[in-house]
Design a protein around this ligand. Structure first.
Ligand code: NAD
Ligand code: WQD
Length: 345
């Protein structure tokens, strides 16, 4: 990006969220101006402060529903060079209890946002999808040609439906819309400054935030959900990538779209390594010198045995691959846990 050229504005829906806030930092570091839209249903205004502390700039945050075109109108006071759509409800368990809200926000909200982007002439969209679209994919590593199996949850279905919606919008735009669909594996960790991370809102269902809260003494010992799986140590295997690596992938995807106007493609974002639950526990203990209080428990319904990414397409086409290892991710997650506790007192 030329030094004195204006910094292109990028719309970041869900920009005060875990991945959106880290991506806002990565966008700034790559010469863009992130403009955050977040109705704070799963975040806090304080996240903007964290992003501002890291970037040293004032960050625009609009606390509105990105699917509400009337509320969004003022956000388009200046043109956008692209949009990254993180905004969604993301709890698998919640989605089985409240599918209507998930369908309305995740699918309806995406459709309403795409209509706005088309009306405003925004020509590049990066979308947050999930490896959950693969279901119990066999075998790992999983590449982008793996079949997307019937979704195991309303949440997973909303990701599959949004991917289809984006393909249809791309076709209808007849070359005027570029789309990058990013299928994340398991993002963990936090920015090394510990100014931003995964907010502890409610009881964590994900492994790493529960683990750090348990080590901090805020939760009972971690229950390992099943040690009788057909894996080397009996516990489930996932592909855990640092949230900062994931954030950088969004910038790479945006730059790929800028270089390939009107393109559409899908990319798996992971380390390419599988790690079991026990691997994560041991890596945390090695990284921090602290013990993880844990016990073996029953399997969690809906869990798949093992999945990890084949990230070679993102490497080949986006020039992206993960740079941070599991221990770094866990050390950064722990630093964030200590930081939020010091703030709460
Ligand atoms: P998050 O909940 O931290 O961030 C989502 C943000 O979107 C929240 O801050 C929430 O307040 C906001 N939001 C939700 N609906 C909105 C709306 N209608 N208008 C404006 N703001 C709205 O979640 P995250 O972990 O950062 O996930 C971001 C995206 O990545 C989601 O689409 C999620 O489905 C996807 N994803 C997450 C993971 C993961 O493990 N975290 C894995 C795969 C995919
Ligand atoms: C990881 C492993 C658990 C908690 C989920 C969503 C997925 C995506 C990422 C949004 C599993 C085990 C966990 C605990 C445990 N989210 N575990 N004890 O289930 O791979 O993916 O988050 O897109 O859609 O499904 O991640 O962190 O919940 O679990 O043993 O207290 O840790 O059984 O094997 P998961 P997770």
């Amino acid at each position: 990006m030329a030094q004195n050229s204006p910094r292109p504005r990028i719309l970041v829906t869900g920009g005060a969220g875990f991945i959106g806030s880290h991506t806002a930092v990565a966008l700034h570091e790559s010469g863009y101006t992130p403009v955050l839209v977040d109705d704070l249903r799963n975040s806090r205004e304080s996240v903007r402060t964290g992003v501002e502390k890291i970037t040293g700039i004032e960050v625009e945050l609009w606390t509105v529903d990105c699917g509400n075109a009337e509320a969004m109108a003022p956000v388009f006071h200046a043109p956008f060079a692209g949009a990254i759509h993180f905004a969604a409800d993301k709890s698998v368990g919640d989605s089985t209890r409240d599918p209507e809200r998930y369908f309305d926000n995740n699918i309806g909200g995406t459709a309403r946002l795409l209509a706005q982007l088309r009306a405003q002439g925004v020509s590049n969209v990066v979308f947050s999808s999930s490896c959950t679209v693969y279901g119990e994919a066999e075998p790992s590593p999983v590449d982008e040609t793996a079949p997307t199996l019937p979704a195991a949850s309303p949440y997973g279905y909303t990701k599959q439906a949004c991917e289809r919606l984006l393909h249809d919008s791309h076709a209808a735009a007849e070359g005027n819309l570029g789309v990058a669909v990013l299928r994340y594996f398991n993002p963990i960790g936090a920015h090394p400054s510990a100014h931003i991370g995964e907010l502890p809102l409610g009881t964590p269902t994900n492994l790493v935030p529960y683990l750090t809260q348990s080590v901090a003494g805020l939760r009972p010992p971690l229950t390992v959900f099943g040690d009788d799986y057909p894996t080397p140590d009996g516990t489930c295997i996932r592909d855990y990538l640092h949230v900062c690596d994931l954030a950088e992938a969004h910038v790479a995807a945006l730059q790929w779209l800028e270089a390939h106007p009107g393109a559409i493609d899908t990319f798996n974002l992971g380390t390419g390594q599988g790690s079991s639950v026990l691997d994560v526990i041991h890596a945390f203990e090695e990284a921090t010198g602290l013990r993880v209080p844990h016990k073996m428990g029953a399997r969690r319904p809906g869990d798949i045995t093992a999945i990890h990414a084949d990230p070679s397409k993102a490497k080949r086409m986006l020039g992206w691959s993960t740079r941070r290892d599991l221990k770094t991710s866990l050390a950064d997650a722990w630093r964030w846990q200590q930081q939020i506790q010091s703030k709460e007192g």
